[in-house]
Ligand binder design. Structure first.
Ligand SMILES: Nc1nc2c(c(=O)[nH]1)N[C@H]1C(S)=C(S)[C@@H](COP(=O)(O)OP(=O)(O)OC[C@H]3O[C@@H](n4cnc5c(=O)[nH]c(N)nc54)[C@H](O)[C@@H]3O)O[C@H]1N2
Ligand SMILES: Nc1nc2c(c(=O)[nH]1)N[C@H]1C(S)=C(S)[C@@H](COP(=O)(O)OP(=O)(O)OC[C@H]3O[C@@H](n4cnc5c(=O)[nH]c(N)nc54)[C@H](O)[C@@H]3O)O[C@H]1N2
Ligand SMILES: [Mo]
Length: 828
C-alpha cells in the first residue's frame, strides 16, 4: 500500500507480486520479552505462537501516525506524553509532538463561515478570502450550507465544477481517510473533478512506465540484506533518507535507517551527489559531490559518454534486455546534434570537473554498483529526464537484476528494501463507484492553471486534457497553500472561485483562505486501524482513541455523514455501519487473507482489547529478494510491462507523442531558470526546497519542534558562507528572499554544507502574508512556494517544479514584522 492513488491504479495482486521480501535486519527487540504483558496478549501469544505480540513500555493507549507507532499517555482527558513502541528501531522526535497536536492553540474549535460568504452566499466578497472575518455557526447550519452548494453546482454546472481531488498527507488510518471519504460523498452526489499523478513523483511516475513498464518509485526494492552483502559501491543521488524515512505513508517500520546503518558499519563505499551535504551524507560519512542544482542529467550523460568511449559498458546486457540504445548513441556522441556529451561538456554545465565525472564512470563500471536516487531532482522542469537517464546509465552498467546492482528509486521512501512479511493486508474505505459522466482528472499540479484558464487544452502523457470551469474546491487532508507552487498565483486562482470548503484540525493558511471551515479531529481523537511498513507490510496497528474530540471537532467520516444526511444519501454513505463496525470489517477481511497464508489471527475483539499490535512473520525466501531478478533470469517469460517487454532506452510511445519538451530518449534540456539563464543576472541564487527534517511538510510546524529549526522565528534559509559574506548577512539574521513572483522572510543559517550559489529553504512553512488576501505580500514565516514557478515538468508528465527557481536574498532592514502564521484569524 503505497499511496491512495497508487492503490487505485494497481491491483493488490500486482503489488504483492513485487512485494516479496523477507525478515527485517533489526529483528524484533528482545526488550519486548522482558516487559510485562497483559494476560490477554500473553494468552493470545501462547495460543498462536506464530505471532510476536510486543507490549510497549507503558500502559498507555496504543495508536500510530505517519512518524511512528506509540502509546499515548493520557491524564485527566489530556494527552501528556508519548512512548514509542519498543521494536521501532529508529523512533524519532516527531512522535513526541502528538500531545501538542491535540492541544494546539490554533485548533479550529467550531464550524466557521467567512462573514461575507455567510451574508452574501457563494462568491460573495471573494477578494476578501484570506482577510475576512469569521463567524461561528452550528454544525447543522454548516452542513446545510455545504449540501446546498453541492446541489446548486451539480444542477447548474455538473460534476466538473467541483474539484474534490484533495491532494495531501492527511493522517494515517485506513478508515478515517479524509480524501477517500470526501470522494465517497461526492460519488454519491453526481461525481466530481479529481486529479491524476501526485506532487511527490509527478514526473518520474509518468515516464517510468514507458521505460521500465512500472512506476519504480512506489515499488519494492532489492532488500537491504542483499545490498549489504553484495553492493560494493552505493551512490546516493539527490537522496536524504535519514530525513525522509522518518515518515511513511502508512506507519513507518524505520527499517531503511537500519539498512543504512549496517551499510555504514560494513564500510561499503558510499558516494553522495547533492548540492547540499545533507544529514544522510553526514550520517554515512559519504564522499560528497556537489553539482549545480538541476544539472544531474548532464552529469549522467558525461558518465555515460565516458563508459561508451572507453568501452566500459555492457553490450550484452543492452542487447538482451533493452531496446533502442542504438538510437540513443548518436545523441550521446553528438553525431545527431553536434555536441558530444563528454565529461568536459558535462563539467561545464554541472560544475563538477571532468576528472571526477570520469572517476565516477570508472568506479561504477568496476564495482557492483547500486544507484539509489531520491525524488527531489525530478520535481523540476524536465523532471522526466533524471530518472530516465539513470535507468539508461544503469542499463549500460548491466547490473540491473543482479544482487546489489542496478538502480533503486524508493530506498529513501517508506523503507523500500525492508523485506516483505507474509500475512494479511488491510484495504481501507473506498470511494465507491464514480457515476457515469464523471469528468476526466486533471494533472494534480495544474490546479491553479485549471481554475484560472477554463477551456484551455493541455497535453498529458499522450492525451489532451481540457480544463473545465471549476467553481468549488473542497479540501480534506491537504494544505494547498503550502503544497502548491507560486502561492501568489494560487491566491489569484482561489479568489475567483464561488466556494472553498476545508476540513482541518488547524487554522492553516488553506483554512484561512476558505469560505467554510469544518473542524476535524486529529487521528488521536478517533478509533482506526493501519498497516505498518509500506513495503514490509509487517505490522497491523490498532489506532485507539486516546482523547475525546476537542471542542466541536468531528472525524471526517462524521462530517461527511452529516452532509450526506442533508443530501439524502446518509445510508449509502455509511452503509449503516458505525466506526467500530467498519474497523472490525477491515480487520476481518485482513485476517481472512492472513489465514489463507497460514497465519491465523485472534478475533477482532481480542485484538482490539489487547491494546497491542500484530507482527507478521517474514519468510526466509523474502529476505533476499532482488528487484528485476526474474526479468534478468528470463526476459521472455518475465517481460517488463513496456511495449517491447524490455527496458526502453528509446520509447516509440514517447516518440509518437511528439513533444518538443520530452524526446523519445533521455536528454539534457536547459531549464527556464538556472544559473545560466538570463534571469540569473537578476536572481543569481538557485533554490533547493528539500523536505523538512523535523516536520511532515507543513504538519507539526505549530508544535515546539519548531524551536529546533526556526531562525529568528522564521523558516531557516541555508546559505553558503561566501554568498552570505558578499551580501553582509550574518548567521541568525533576518533575510528577505525574493524574485519576480514574490517575497518571503527567512532566518539565515550560514553553512559550508551547501554549494555556493545555492540556497535551501525547506518546503512546508505556513504561509503568512503581511498583506492578507493581496498578491505579492511578504510571507512573514517563509513559505517557499511563494518563490517557485507553476509550470508543468513537460507535456508528458505535467509534474510540479517545486525544486527549481532563481532568486536573490538581502539582509532584512527595519523592524521585524510579527509572524502570525500560527495565530487564529479574526472572529475565530
Ligand atoms: N516547493 C516544493 N513544494 C512541494 C514539495 C517540494 O519538495 N518542494 N513537495 C511536494 C510533495 S512531495 C508533497 S507530498 C506535498 C505535501 O503537501 P500536503 O500533503 O498538502 O502537506 P501536509 O502538510 O502534509 O498537509 C496535510 C494537511 O492535512 C491536515 N490533516 C491531517 N490529518 C487530517 C485529517 O484526518 N483530516 C483532515 N481533514 N485533515 C487532516 C493537516 O493538518 C495538514 O494541514 O507538498 C508538495 N510541495
Ligand atoms: N522528515 C520528512 N520526511 C518525509 C517528508 C517530509 O516532509 N519530512 N515527506 C515525504 C514525502 S511526501 C516525500 S515525496 C518524500 C520526498 O523525498 P525526496 O523527494 O527524495 O526529498 P527531497 O528532500 O525533496 O530531496 C532529496 C534530496 O534531493 C536533493 N536535491 C534537490 N534538488 C537536487 C538536484 O537538482 N540535484 C541533486 N543531485 N540533488 C537534488 C536535496 O538536496 C535533498 O537532499 O519524503 C517523505 N519523507
Ligand atoms: Mo510527497
Amino acid at each position: 500500500m503505497i499511496k491512495d492513488n497508487q492503490q487505485i491504479n494497481e491491483p493488490a495482486w500486482s503489488r504483492r507480486r513485487f512485494l516479496k521480501g523477507a525478515a527485517a535486519i533489526g529483528g524484533v527487540s528482545l526488550m519486548s520479552t522482558l516487559l510485562p504483558k497483559t494476560a490477554l496478549a500473553k494468552a493470545i501469544e501462547q495460543a498462536l505462537p506464530q505471532f510476536i505480540y510486543t507490549k510497549t513500555a507503558q500502559d498507555g493507549i496504543l495508536t500510530s501516525a505517519h512518524w511512528g507507532a506509540f502509546q499515548a499517555v493520557v491524564k485527566n482527558g489530556k494527552m501528556v506524553d508519548v512512548v514509542p513502541v519498543v521494536d521501532d528501531p529508529y523512533p524519532n522526535e516527531l512522535i513526541k509532538m502528538a500531545p501538542y497536536q491535540v492541544h494546539a492553540k490554533n485548533r479550529i474549535k467550531y464550524p466557521m463561515v467567512r462573514k461575507s460568504y455567510l451574508e452574501g452566499g457563494p462568491g460573495a466578497g471573494k477578494e476578501k478570502r484570506g482577510s475576512d472575518e469569521w463567524v461561528r455557526v452550528s454544525w447543522d447550519k454548516a452542513n446545510q450550507l455545504v449540501a446546498n452548494e453541492i446541489t446548486r453546482l451539480q444542477t447548474k454546472y455538473g460534476p466538473s465544477s467541483i474539484y474534490a481531488g484533495s491532494y495531501g498527507w492527511k493522517s494515517t488510518g485506513m478508515f478515517h481517510n479524509s480524501r477517500t471519504l470526501l470522494q465517497r460523498l461526492m460519488n454519491l452526489n453526481g461525481g466530481f473533478l479529481g486529479y491524476a499523478g501526485d506532487y511527490s513523483t509527478g514526473a518520474a511516475q509518468m515516464i517510468m512506465p514507458h521505460v521500465m513498464g512500472s512506476m519504480e518509485v512506489y515499488e519494492q526494492q532489492t532488500t537491504w540484506p542483499v545490498i549489504i552483502e553484495s553492493s560494493e559501491l552505493v551512490v546516493l543521488w539527490g537522496f536524504n533518507a535519514m530525513v525522509t524515512l522518518k515518515n511513511a505513508w502508512n506507519v513507518p517500520d524505520h527499517e531503511g535507517q537500519v539498512g543504512l546503518q549496517a551499510l555504514k558499519e560494513k564500510g561499503t563505499r558510499v558516494i553522495a551527489i547533492d548540492p547540499v551535504r545533507n544529514e544522510t551524507v553526514d550520517f554515512m560519512d559519504a564522499e560528497w559531490i556537489a553539482p549545480r542544482p538541476y544539472t544531474d542529467v548532464a552529469m549522467m550523460l558525461g558518465i555515460a559518454h565516458t563508459l561508451y568511449t572507453e568501452e566500459l559498458y555492457d553490450k550484452e546486457f543492452l542487447e538482451h534486455y533493452t531496446k533502442g540504445f542504438d538510437k540513443f548513441v548518436p545523441y550521446l556522441t553528438g553525431e545527431s546534434d553536434g555536441t558530444p556529451k563528454t565529461a568536459e561538456w558535462a563539467a561545464e554545465i554541472s560544475g563538477i570537473d571532468a576528472k571526477t565525472i570520469k572517476m565516477l564512470a570508472h568506479e561504477f563500471a568496476k564495482n557492483r554498483t547500486m544507484l539509489m536516487a531520491g525524488w527531489g531532482m525530478q520535481r523540476q522542469q524536465h523532471g522526466e529526464q533524471p530518472h530516465w537517464m539513470m535507468v539508461t546509465l544503469a542499463a549500460m552498467l548491466g547490473q540491473i537484476g543482479l544482487p546489489g546492482g542496478g538502480f533503486g528509486f524508493s530506498y529513501h521512501y517508506s523503507s523500500g528494501g525492508s523485506p516483505t512479511a507474509k500475512g494479511g493486508i488491510i484495504s481501507g474505505i473506498n470511494a465507491g463507484k464514480a457515476p457515469k459522466g464523471s469528468p476526466a482528472p486533471i494533472p494534480v499540479a495544474r490546479i491553479a492553471e485549471a481554475i484560472l484558464e477554463p477551456g484551455k487544452t493541455i497535453q498529458f502523457n499522450g492525451k489532451s486534457v481540457t480544463y473545465p470551469e471549476i467553481k468549488m474546491v473542497y479540501v480534506a487532508g491537504g494544505n494547498p497553500f503550502h503544497q502548491h507552487q507560486d502561492t501568489n498565483n494560487l491566491l489569484k486562482a482561489w479568489q475567483t472561485l464561488d466556494t472553498i470548503i476545508v476540513n482541518e484540525p488547524y487554522w492553516t493558511a488553506s483554512a484561512k483562505h476558505a469560505d467554510i471551515v469544518l473542524p476535524t479531529t486529529t487521528s488521536y481523537e478517533r478509533n482506526d486501524i493501519d498497516m505498518g511498513g509500506d513495503y514490509s507490510q509487517r505490522y497491523v496497528f490498532p489506532m485507539h482513541k486516546a482523547v475525546e474530540p476537542q471542542f466541536e471537532s468531528k472525524s471526517d467520516f462524521d462530517i461527511f455523514s452529516g452532509i450526506a444526511e442533508k443530501l439524502g444519501v446518509k445510508a449509502a454513505f455509511t452503509e449503516n455501519k458505525t466506526e467500530m463496525q467498519w474497523i472490525k470489517g477491515m480487520y476481518d477481511e485482513m485476517a481472512k487473507q492472513a489465514r489463507a497464508n497460514r497465519v491465523p489471527l485472534p478475533p477482532f475483539s481480542m485484538f482490539w482489547e489487547a491494546n497491542d499490535y500484530i507482527t507478521f512473520p517474514i519468510p526466509d525466501t523474502n529476505q533476499k529478494w532482488i528487484r528485476h531478478a526474474d526479468f534478468r533470469e528470463n526476459p521472455l517469460l518475465n517481460p517488463l510491462g513496456t511495449p517491447s517487454g524490455r527496458i526502453e532506452i528509446y520509447s516509440d510511445t514517447v516518440e509518437k507523442m511528439g513533444y518538443a519538451d520530452c524526446a523519445p530518449h533521455a536528454k539534457w534540456y536547459e531549464p527556464k531558470e538556472w544559473y545560466k539563464a538570463d534571469i540569473a543576472k537578476k536572481y543569481p541564487l538557485s533554490l533547493n526546497t528539500a523536505h523538512p527534517t523535523n516536520r511532515l511538510h507543513s504538519q507539526l510546524d505549530n508544535t515546539p519542534l519548531r524551536d529546533k529549526y526556526a531562525v529568528a522565528n522564521r523558516e531557516a534559509i541555508l546559505i553558503n558562507a561566501s554568498d552570505a559574506k558578499a551580501r553582509g548577512i550574518a548567521d541568525g539574521d533576518l533575510v528577505r528572499a525574493f524574485n519576480d513572483r514574490g517575497q518571503i522572510l527567512v532566518g539565515a543559517k550560514i553553512s559550508d554544507a551547501i554549494r555556493p550559489g545555492v540556497i535551501r529553504v525547506s518546503e512546508g512553512a505556513w504561509y503568512d502574508s503581511a498583506t492578507p488576501g493581496k498578491e505579492g505580500g511578504l510571507c512573514r514565516n517563509g513559505c517557499i512556494n511563494v518563490l517557485t514557478f507553476d509550470v508543468g515538468s513537460s507535456q508528458l508528465a505535467q509534474g510540479n517544479c517545486g525544486h527549481m527557481a532563481q532568486l536573490e536574498i538581502e539582509k532584512y532592514q527595519g523592524k521585524a514584522p510579527e509572524n502570525t502564521a500560527h495565530a487564529v484569524p479574526r472572529g475565530a
